[in-house]
Design a protein around this ligand. Structure first.
Ligand code: A2P
Length: 261
């Protein structure tokens, strides 16, 4: 499995499996089981997805050792704050039942700077206990990242943001900022929830590489130095979405995808 370095000194798999909208129970359990079986090692969930119990079940029963898997979950918007964050983390850890969390993220910055600061302090303490091997944020803008740097010497290891060709131009500056500051960018909704697959430019490039439209767009995200976390409930597509390491997009193809509006 290809990996990227985190600012903690550990690594994160280069691509992950997103579980947003996979319902607790058989849907999430089967999808995560299929994903791990297909070779995914990064499984991304969140308290708000409501599927941590099933995700944890599949991780624990996958037959793959815990150390080889990378589990992410996130602090819900309603739990921002010091005490609430500490408690929410324990709840997620308990539901997942996976011993420790590889990456714990603040899911949304919210509107209250004080709550963000208190949450980050809580995450810093959780990180120091070793119960979370890395901590980070999601949906943070440059201003939020600068704010965090102003009061903490622990920088987020990751910023997970919506990233796909339709919003590339808006996210470019944030991506550059993260790259410059050693923050790995994870790309959620890398397929723009499936919409991007209909774009003629993507179709054309996919034909010339004999790869699917989804594989082309995921490859584009990888070549932009992000960790894409595509979501699928379909076993064939789950498998297809990780098979993106045997081809490369050239500069022209990258530019063509960059400029899709
Ligand atoms: P499904 O779950 O039926 O496979 P995103 O990750 O950007 O949120 O996109 C997820 C959407 O894209 C889901 O609707 C998913 O549907 C669909 N999808 C995921 N992988 C593929 C693929 N390889 N080909 C076509 N559609 C896909």
């Amino acid at each position: 499995m290809y990996v990227k370095k985190l600012n903690t000194g550990t690594t994160i798999p280069a691509i992950g499996f997103g579980t947003w909208q996979l319902a607790e129970g058989v849907e999430a359990r089967e999808a995560v089981k299929n994903a791990i079986h297909s070779g995914y090692r990064l499984i991304d969930t969140a308290a708000i997805y409501g599927n941590e119990i099933s995700v944890g079940d599949s991780v624990c029963n996958s037959g793959v050792s815990r150390g080889a898997l990378f589990v992410t979950t996130k602090l819900g918007r309603g739990d921002l704050g010091y005490k609430t964050a500490r408690l929410a983390f324990e709840t997620s850890l308990h539901k997942l039942g996976v011993g420790y969390i590889d990456l714990y993220l603040i899911h949304w910055p919210g509107t209250d700077p004080r709550a963000r600061k208190d949450s980050w302090r809580a995450l810093g303490e959780i990180y120091k206990t070793g119960k979370a091997k890395a901590i980070g944020v999601s949906n943070y803008e440059i201003s939020h990242l600068k704010e965090a740097a102003s009061y903490s010497d622990i920088m987020p290891a990751v910023n997970q943001i919506e990233f796909h060709p339709y919003n590339y131009q808006q996210q470019k500056e944030l991506l550059e900022y993260c790259n410059e500051h050693g923050i790995v960018v994870e790309a959620y909704s890398p397929l723009a929830r499936g919409e991007i697959l209909e774009e003629p430019v993507v179709k054309k490039i996919s034909t010339s590489h004999r790869k699917s439209e989804a594989q082309v767009v995921l490859r584009w995200a990888l070549q932009h130095n992000t960790v894409p976390i595509p979501k699928s409930g379909n076993p064939d597509r789950i498998k297809q979405n990780i098979d993106v390491f045997d081809f490369e997009l050239n500069e022209r193809e990258m530019e063509l995808i960059d400029s899709i509006k």
